[in-house]
Structure formats: C-alpha cells, structure tokens
Design a protein around this ligand. Structure first.
Ligand SMILES: [Zn+2]
Length: 100
C-alpha cells in the first residue's frame, strides 16, 4: 500500500530536543511512558508524559469496563472500537512529546 507508506514517511513529529521532525507517526503511536523513541535527526531519547498518557487511555478503559454489559455483541465491539479510536485521537492531540 503505497499510500500508507507515503503517509508514515511524511507525517513526522517535532523532536523536543532539536525541534526537527525526527519522530515518525508510527514511532509516536508506539510510544509509551516506559518505551522511549529515538529521534532520527539528533539521536536523543524522546518520551511522553505518563500522566497525560493515562488520561488518553481513559476512554479505552471506560470502553473495556462497559463492553461486557452491552446488550448485544455488536454494541460491545462498537464500544471497544470507539474507545480505541478516542484513545488514539487523544494520544496524538493531547499527549506532547517530552525529553527523556
Ligand atoms: Zn532530535
């Protein structure tokens, strides 16, 4: 899928150390408080705030909690999907990259 590879290669996030776009979208998506990324420009470690990551995962935690009580399996799956999408949206919009 050329459209996907083009997307991931052009969507880069600014590194908090050197302010250059050294963090790929894929790498940012895999970032966690305990899993730092390495800037492709300056090679220094980049992470995310643990507190804000916790806030970003809140919608997914709510979805996981309510999904077993959904009246139908389809609604249960819908809760998971909406929770996961909300988590990723929050993670990209609300959780800033920080120096590690
Ligand atoms: Zn950098």
């Amino acid at each position: 899928m050329s459209s996907i590879s083009r997307h991931t290669s052009t969507t880069m996030y600014a590194c908090p150390h050197c302010n250059k776009p050294g963090i790929s979208a894929l790498r940012r998506a895999l970032l966690g408080p305990a899993i730092p990324a390495t800037c492709t420009v300056c090679g220094r470690k980049v992470g995310v705030s643990a507190g804000r990551t916790l806030v970003a995962t809140a919608p997914f935690m709510v979805a996981v909690t309510v999904a077993p009580f959904a009246p139908t399996p389809a609604l249960s799956i819908a809760a998971w999907v909406v929770g996961a999408l909300a988590m990723f949206a929050l993670f990209f919009k609300f959780v800033p990259l920080i120096k590690r």
